[in-house]
Design a protein around this ligand. Structure first.
Ligand code: TYD
Ligand code: MG
Length: 487
């Protein structure tokens, strides 16, 4: 029996210490250290033993111009939203982490992908559900892609492998030990591996329980080695803890190539797949899905679903032209300002940062003289979507004032501008894309910042607003916006 070794791990950031500490020196959190038994068992065979390690080749520095590469080949998936967040398809040998709260639909998303990969052999490893449960779920999901290699819902057991070893398809393995998983992988040789979830795996090299920092780290490291050595893409599903961190320990985030977050309000049907980190593409992309009775449906035109189609204008409702990643999106923003029945006014924001809301209210109070300090203010971004684009400021400010004054904003009006502390409307990025989207959806006017226009000395041709047949209102301060809107 190998001698067991004990270490203490910070549950928040994964910092390792030989003795217990009250405060983590890495992330400064208190009381986060937990004892974990780590046992480097000398007798066990390594989980993933790549052929090349035996040669112990030492790398030499190479001048960058001398490095050659071929245009990396990406594996497109039938899911366009998924391709978008990955930056154009799956990169061979990449390790992708998909985080999200329990019950949000991570398993559904990945199983749907596994079932629909055309001509690929996918191994879906589940440590959470039984084969029957997965089969039942698969039966509910939409029919596999017509040109895909998956037939009649495609689920097979690894034992059937001998019959048709080269065919594509989706294989299910219910297993939690990494040693056994790698054994099955060697026999099956899948083109794609999905792990549901990383917190349920355990490696025989580490004694501590599945889901602990040292286990999660070791299992991810083994899968990382496997992905890089064999160029097989690996998707890891990871649960998010209450405070929003993927797998508790942040350590996972820097080990993997791409971190995607699946989020949304469980009471709404829309789900957002957001890129948090991507070594192979933009980190601000967004995919939108609708959770249906039969799985997830891609939403390719988000603006149309995020706008409500009402006939009479209401006070406190505005439309903002936002941009998520490369995609413009028109979103309905709502505000409700009412007299506070109690001494302390309430401020609640759904889908928007509360601190930023306080800032907007302070600017409106100080620069425009609205007495909002004694009012309850509620903000809501429809569809259960969280928006980080600062261009939404102007639309929200207009909604707050519209509700406060009880005057509706004219129909077919939208906004794109950031609000500065002095009440100035600041420029936003890619304003032309926002204007084009507003025009496409039949809006009559859009408010944008003066600072988005090229300065007088600059090339005027760079931005030609005359080619849009939408009324573009150029504003520089919040006061100007209100005199234009409410006279
Ligand atoms: P699941 O993928 O199990 O979530 P996670 O793996 O993130 O924990 O999703 C579970 C939820 O999704 C569950 O509340 C039911 C709902 N759901 C549907 O609405 N339609 C479907 O077709 C499926 C499979 C699930
Ligand atoms: Mg699940």
């Amino acid at each position: 029996m190998a001698k067991s070794k004990i270490a203490y791990f910070c549950q928040s950031c994964g910092f390792e210490s030989p003795k217990w500490l009250g405060k983590c020196p890495s992330c400064q959190q208190w009381n986060t250290f937990v004892e974990e038994v780590i046992e480097k068992g000398g007798s066990q065979a390594p989980a993933w033993k790549p052929a090349s390690t035996s040669q112990q080749r030492a790398n030499k520095p190479v001048e960058i111009s001398a490095i050659t590469y071929s245009e990396e080949h990406r594996l497109p998936t039938p899911d366009k939203e998924f391709n978008r967040v990955l930056g154009g398809g799956i990169v061979p040998g990449s390790l992708v982490l998909i985080g999200g709260e329990p019950g949000i639909g991570k398993s559904t998303l990945m199983l749907q992908l596994a079932l629909n990969m055309p001509g690929q052999k996918v191994l879906y490893v589940s440590g959470e559900e039984s084969e029957r449960q997965i089969k039942m779920r698969a039966e509910r999901l939409p029919a596999p892609h017509p040109e895909g290699g998956v037939k009649n819902s495609g689920l097979r057991n690894p034992e059937d492998l001998q019959a048709r070893p080269s065919a594509g398809g989706c294989y299910i393995l219910v297993e939690t030990s990494t040693q056994n998983i790698f054994k099955q992988i060697e026999a099956l040789e899948p083109d794609l591996l999905v792990i549901d979830s990383i917190q349920t795996l355990h490696s025989a090299h580490i004694e501590s329980t599945p889901g602990s920092v040292s286990q999660v780290r070791e299992c991810t490291a083994e899968l990382l080695r496997f992905a890089k050595e064999t160029s097989t893409p690996v998707f890891l599903i990871g649960h998010i803890t209450k405070d929003g961190m993927i797998a508790g320990p942040k350590i996972l985030e820097h080990m993997v190539d791409t971190v995607l977050q699946f989020e949304g309000d469980r009471h709404h049907v829309y789900r957002i797949l957001r890129t948090i980190k991507n070594r192979f593409g933009s980190a601000s992309e967004l995919g939108i899905y609708e959770m249906m009775g039969e799985g997830l449906r891609e939403v390719s035109n988000p603006s149309e679903i995020l706008l409500s189609h009402r006939d009479t204008p209401l006070s406190g409702v505005t439309i903002s032209a936002t941009l998520e990643g490369m995609r413009p999106m028109l979103i309905e923003t709502q505000a409700l300002v009412s007299a506070s029945p109690y001494g302390t006014p309430q401020r609640t924001a759904t889908g928007f940062d509360t601190k930023r809301m306080s800032m907007l209210l302070a600017v409106l109070e100080k620069r425009c003289g609205f007495r909002l300090g004694v009012k309850d203010v509620f903000l809501n971004i429809t569809g259960g979507i969280r928006v980080e684009d600062p261009a939404i400021d102007l639309g929200l400010a207009a909604a707050i004032i519209s509700s406060h004054e009880d005057i509706p904003i004219p129909f077919k009006t939208c906004f794109a501008g950031e609000l500065g502390l002095s009440g100035e409307i600041r420029a936003v990025n890619r304003v032309e894309q926002r204007i084009a989207e507003a025009q496409k959806l039949g809006f009559n006017q859009i408010f944008i910042s003066k600072y988005n226009l090229p300065a007088s000395g600059q090339d005027k041709k760079r931005m030609d607003l005359s080619r849009y047949n939408i009324d573009i209102k150029i504003v520089s301060t919040i006061e100007e916006v209100f005199s234009l809107l409410f006279g």
